[in-house]
Ligand binder design. Structure first.
Ligand code: AMP
Length: 212
């Protein structure tokens, strides 16, 4: 497999980019946050285990997450071009990927965005609970207020996008991030991107890296 991991704070645009790259260029987009939210919706045991951590803005334990991701990767072909969005979030998660020859990470892209901007992006974010499309009250408003442009479902604010939980998520991110950056830069696999730019500019930069 060809595996690219997207690193960066919540709200740094990893999900938006991964979704577009999968829709337009055939990448397989795996978002561990989306997988957990789906598991909660379906009341699966893993969702029940994860929910309290997520609601408080904390990380779900590595042992749970590594299993979730291994299950998602297992059915993919060796030729798959995979983008991991939201995994790894800790060094042990990165090591778990690298332990298996089939899932070794090829490159890591670090999305850098100033914290003030992250907070306004996250607290203004609205999400479609049906198709997963993401909006922003100010920057990417839906055509009809509170309604998904794609499937007409009523938009929601994720419980973990409230202001206090956002701050906790950013604090948790800061405790883990440097270790991950060191891990991938030590292997010469890290590329850092200024992600405080228009979505299309960022996409071109990512494509340049992915085509290398
Ligand atoms: P996200 O949608 O990527 O912002 O993830 C939402 C929440 O899911 C996070 O705040 C964590 O509680 C949990 N989560 C997602 N991915 C991971 C991971 N790789 N490790 C631990 N927790 C995770």
């Amino acid at each position: 497999m060809n595996i690219t991991v997207f690193l960066g704070a919540p709200g740094s645009g990893k999900g938006t980019q991964a979704k577009q790259l999968s829709e337009s260029f055939g990448f397989t987009h795996l978002s561990t946050g989306d997988m957990l939210r789906a598991a909660i919706k379906q009341k699966l045991p893993v969702g029940l285990k994860a929910k309290s951590y997520m609601d408080q803005g904390n990380l779900v334990p590595d042992s749970v997450m590594i299993e979730v991701l291994e299950e998602a990767l297992a059915p993919l072909k060796d030729t798959a071009k995979v983008i991991l969005d939201g995994f790894p979030r800790t060094v042990p998660q990165a090591e778990a990927l690298d332990k298996n020859q089939k899932t070794r990470v090829n490159r890591a892209i670090n999305f850098q965005v100033p914290e003030k901007i992250l907070i306004s992006r996250l607290t203004g974010r609205r999400t479609c609970p049906n198709c997963g499309e993401s909006y922003h009250l100010v920057f990417i408003p839906p055509i009809k207020a509170d309604t998904c442009d794609k499937c007409a479902t009523k938009l929601i604010q994720r419980t973990d996008d409230s202001e206090d939980v956002v701050q906790r998520r950013l604090d948790v991110f800061k405790t883990q991030n440097q270790g991950l950056l060191d891990y991938f830069s030590g292997q010469n696999k890290l590329m850092t991107l200024d992600a405080d730019k228009p979505v299309t500019n960022i996409q071109s930069e990512i494509l340049r890296v992915l085509e290398r």
